[in-house]
Design a protein around this ligand. Structure first.
Ligand code: KIV
Ligand code: ZN
Length: 521
């Protein structure tokens, strides 16, 4: 499809396929709850994402439930469910996306010699038969079928052409050629798309899609090269999260296209002013911090530290800024709020920051804001974000922190007295530990005995100053499953307890059996 840009130049429309909830969630520790997934899906929809890959329905009942719920709620975007090239997967994906306004089944099979020999133990002829059967089955369930050649970049062009022709003839409307292992270079990837589109007789009946991984740091460059080779769909994730080194970052693709329209003659349907909000929401839901110098959405992306740069910025922002912070949703002024700020000012600030909360959510957030403002002189945007994201994440928690007091200092042992509410019942415990954090976590373990292993404990300050909130990340793993949770509070130990409990709540919502002894059976 060709559209006209504001300047009148014809530009090809590039479809943005977001896989934060599938490839993104697949990376260790990035597990999200049902509510978090729905919130992200709604934001992606509002932001103008064309296709939301909501999950892998056969993977678990939780995944199926998430895809079904998102399919029934999303208003504009196509909702895709992933399926291996297996009949039960495709049936399950079809059922999950059934209620979407625009349902899609995305089915994939490996095509490279190394995958065929060691993983699938199939011949090339058998793979082609599988493609014909499974794409045909998917097409009987939905009109919109995407087929992916897993490990396409390590597959011979001849065999890829055979597979692509078979998939299109069997009903695939989108052909995705992933660089599954992040091995390709931009020239190679561009060439692959060009050659396949030239050689496959039915190529003009499908949209070609790029799906790139970042193992060599080339994911975004490869996706842009694929566009030059004729791809018109890009698969990406917010903050670039995904398997191993991650996927191509949605915000980088969108802003590269927008900023370098002179050499990238494309357009997306994305409202770029929502990119920062999306980044923060994904970071809060997965508890994966965004690196400070991350392009577009990193904390330092628009910070100018050196004297020469600051001087240039004062004279003319274009000296050192190729896009404005406002264009990606970074607000110019960080309105400082304090304990005298009222409900209306708080609501207005939240709206400006891109939040749309229900009345109940707003009330809860306002109460927590007041508590924070009582303890902290200035409340910055970052504080409000940490507070609201945490509030949303905690809304459905079964285990809640009621109170925590600590005895710490040079004379050990350190002691933690903790009160939790577990499924409505309040329970108390006192534990000692090798330091106050250890004592706090021991109290949690005594109240909620569990086998989960602490894989990560990290603390950083949300803003500057000694009264800054501490933001704590905790990653727990149990039964091959790892989850991360983040919490912020001016008291590092309270934030630590909240983060640990957040991770336990996530494990529980994923069906992990914890022995919350006092919980209602
Ligand atoms: O990287 C990959 O090959 C994938 C497929 C399932 C599309 O994620
Ligand atoms: Zn992938």
């Amino acid at each position: 499809m060709t559209v006209s840009s504001a300047a009148g130049t014809p530009r090809d429309r590039v479809l943005i396929f977001d896989t934060t909830l599938r490839d993104g969630e697949q990376c260790p520790g990035a597990t999200m709850t049902l509510e978090e997934k729905l919130e992200i899906a709604n934001l992606l929809d509002t932001m103008g994402v064309d296709i939301i890959e909501a999950g892998f329905p056969i993977a678990s009942n939780g995944d199926f439930e998430a895809v079904s719920l998102i399919a029934s709620k999303v208003k504009n975007a196509t909702v895709a469910g992933l399926a291996r090239a297996v009949s039960i997967d495709i049936a399950r994906a079809g059922e999950a996306v059934r209620h979407a306004v625009r349902p899609r089944i995305h089915t994939f099979v490996s095509t490279s010699p190394i995958h065929l020999a060691h993983q699938m133990r199939k011949t090339q002829d058998e793979v082609v038969e599988i493609i014909i059967a499974t794409v045909g089955q998917a097409r009987n369930l939905v009109e919109d079928v995407e087929w992916s050649a897993m490990d396409a970049t390590r597959t011979s062009i001849e065999f890829l052409c055979r597979c692509v022709e078979a998939a299109i003839r069997s009903g695939a409307t989108t052909i995705n050629l992933p660089d599954t292992v992040g091995y390709a270079t931009p020239d190679e990837y561009r060439h692959m798309f060009r050659t396949i589109r030239e050689r496959v007789p039915s190529a003009d009946k499908a949209i070609f899609s790029a799906h790139t991984h970042n193992d060599l740091g080339l994911a975004v460059a490869n996706s842009l090269a694929a566009l030059d080779g004729g791809a018109r769909q890009v698969e990406c994730t917010i903050n670039g999260i995904g398997e191993r080194a991650g996927n191509a970052a949605l915000e980088e693709i969108v802003m590269a296209i927008r900023t370098r329209g002179d050499v990238l003659p494309y357009e997306t349907g994305i409202d770029a002013s929502m990119l920062t909000r999306a980044s923060k929401l994904a970071a809060a839901a997965t508890s994966f911090p965004v690196q400070y110098n991350k392009a577009i959405v990193g904390r330092n992306a628009f910070a100018h530290e050196s004297g020469i740069h600051q001087d240039g910025m004062i004279k003319n922002a274009e000296t050192y800024e190729i896009m404005t912070p406002e264009s990606v949703g970074v607000s110019k002024t960080s309105l400082v709020m304090g304990k005298h700020s009222g409900r209306n000012a708080f609501r207005t600030r939240l709206t400006e920051m891109g939040y749309s909360l229900s009345d109940n959510q707003l009330e809860d957030a306002f109460v927590r804001f007041k508590e924070l403002a009582d303890r902290k002189k200035h409340v910055y945007d970052e504080d409000i974000e940490a507070l609201v994201d945490q509030n949303i994440a905690m809304a459905h928690d079964r285990i809640k922190l009621v109170s925590l007091s600590i005895v710490a200092g040079t004379r050990g042992p350190q002691r933690a007295t903790m009160k939790l509410q577990i499924d409505g019942t309040v329970v108390t415990e006192e534990q000692e530990g090798n330091g106050p954090v250890d004592a706090t976590f021991n109290a949690i373990k005594a109240l909620v005995p569990h086998e989960a292993v602490l894989e990560l404990y990290q603390v950083h300050a949300v803003t500057t100053g000694t009264d800054a909130q501490a933001e704590v990340s905790v990653r727990l793993s149990a039964n091959d499953h790892s989850v991360t949770s983040r919490a912020a509070d001016p008291d590092t130990l309270v934030a630590s307890a909240q983060a640990y409990l957040g991770a336990l709540n996530k494990l529980m919502s994923r069906g992990a059996r914890l022995h919350a002894q006092h919980a209602a059976e």
